[in-house]
Ligand binder design. Structure first.
Ligand code: AMP
Length: 403
């Protein structure tokens, strides 16, 4: 688990001196899933992000928001990656301001010079700029310097975007930097897990095993039980010699899954049964398998009733529960039951400290009325924070001396 610098609160955004005179650059988390009409499927991350904007916008000269949406190639003109899709929702959450969308650094600098509009500027999807995620660190640095012209201080309020990029890491080396309220909230909520009451259960699901595999191993080392559902369970099942039919498997991760499963065999519980389809349609009636294996033509889409029962029992006996990743294709009406039951099981255990995180997990739980002790905006970031000793985007702020 990440070891927090003892005086991290000195880097709280509340410590910014003489805010009135400052232009502030904020790295926000606006990366949300859009539905088929390109409208936000959940406002959770937007609501978290605007807290800072609403708090400081009246007291500073200007705010420039840096953020990304989805995974575009740099320079892409595909409309699904534009902040135009979420601008009206975002503006409806900042009642006293109008956020202006600009497609270049120059355009914002021009806005400063001419003082047109309100004082909150949003730069178009930062991942459309080649410097943002360039593998060449000098390219990233060059872009960070360009971005740094947009303000006097930098506040990182985007915990979820934890991988080093120009707008969350390199820029913090260029200027005095602080931690925003949403990020601080994450640090505080997650740090409580360092003294997690036992039994401590981790519930892990979703599809992207490749992004989570090393972290699963670290989480397994601190949790008492690890319940695995979602598509990633099929890679684990296949790794342990069980047939999974046409279910989603990450073949390149089978050896890793085998290694983790062998090491933590006593702690890991894989699905005992499934709901499966033959045609992979959300309108098809799912069929329940009798055990953990599936035939060659069957596609697992959700955990089955025996698994739900087992997972419910383990959760009911836990004092701490960490949950990341849906148990099935929760976006489909025929594959959301497992996820829904996990939400209910966590809610029904009133004595446990529950931490839930991840874009899809929060979207899945937002549609179901629920209460958790702590809802994290990060999925991979949450697992990274809980399982590693470094957290680059925070270390870069904490380790840089205040000028
Ligand atoms: P992740 O971003 O890794 O948390 O994965 C979330 C995605 O996993 C969601 O979009 C789910 O639809 C998907 N998912 C969960 N279970 C399955 C499954 N059995 N087959 C295919 N996709 C799944």
């Amino acid at each position: 688990m990440y070891k927090l610098h003892p005086d991290y609160l000195n880097r709280s955004y509340k410590k910014i001196s003489d805010l009135q005179s400052k232009r502030v650059i904020v790295r926000s988390c606006l990366n949300i899933t859009l539905n088929e009409n390109l409208k936000p499927s959940s406002l959770f991350r937007l609501k978290e992000s605007v807290k800072l904007l609403n708090e400081i916008s009246k007291n500073c000269r200007s705010i420039v928001i840096l953020a990304h949406l989805g995974r575009p190639e740099p320079g892409s003109t595909d409309s699904q990656f534009s902040f135009k899709n979420i601008l009206s929702e975002l503006n409806s959450l900042v009642p006293d301001n109008k956020i202006e969308l600009h497609d270049s650094v120059e355009s914002i600098l021009h806005g400063f010079a001419h003082q047109n509009g309100g004082n909150i500027y949003l730069l178009e999807n930062i991942r459309l700029f080649p410097g943002e995620e360039s593998a060449d660190s000098s390219e990233r640095k060059k872009f960070a310097k360009e971005l740094a012209q947009l303000g006097d201080v930098f506040i990182n309020d985007s915990f979820a975007d934890y991988r080093k990029s120009a707008s969350n890491y390199d820029i913090a080396r260029e200027m005095i930097s602080y931690i925003g309220p949403s990020f601080l909230n994450e640090i505080e909520g997650l740090s409580k897990l360092s003294n997690a009451a036992k039994p401590f259960t981790a519930v892990l699901g979703g599809a992207k095993l490749s992004e989570k595999i090393e972290l699963i191993s670290s989480i397994a080392s601190i949790a008492d039980t690890v319940l695995i559902g979602g598509a990633m369970a099929y890679t684990f099942l296949k790794a342990s010699g069980i047939e999974v039919g046409k279910s989603l498997v990450e073949e390149s991760k089978i050896e890793d899954a085998k290694r983790i499963f062998q090491k933590y065999r006593q702690k890991i519980i894989l699905p005992l049964d499934h709901k499966y389809l033959l045609n992979f349609s959300q309108f098809e009636e799912p069929i329940e398998s009798r055990d953990s294996s599936l035939n060659y033509n069957q596609i697992g889409i959700d955990i089955g009733p025996q698994t739900i029962k087992k997972f419910e029992q383990v959760i009911a006996d836990s004092k701490t529960v960490l949950w990341n990743g849906p148990m099935g294709i929760f976006e489909w009406p025929n594959a959301k039951e497992g996820t829904q039951k996990i939400v209910n099981a966590i809610n029904n255990n009133k004595d446990c400290y529950s931490v839930v995180g991840g874009g899809d997990t929060t979207a899945a739980s937002e549609n179901i009325s629920q209460e958790f002790s702590f809802l994290s905006t990060g999925g991979g970031a949450m697992l990274e924070f809980l399982s590693k000793n470094e957290f680059d985007i925070l270390d870069v702020i904490l380790n840089k001396a205040l000028d």
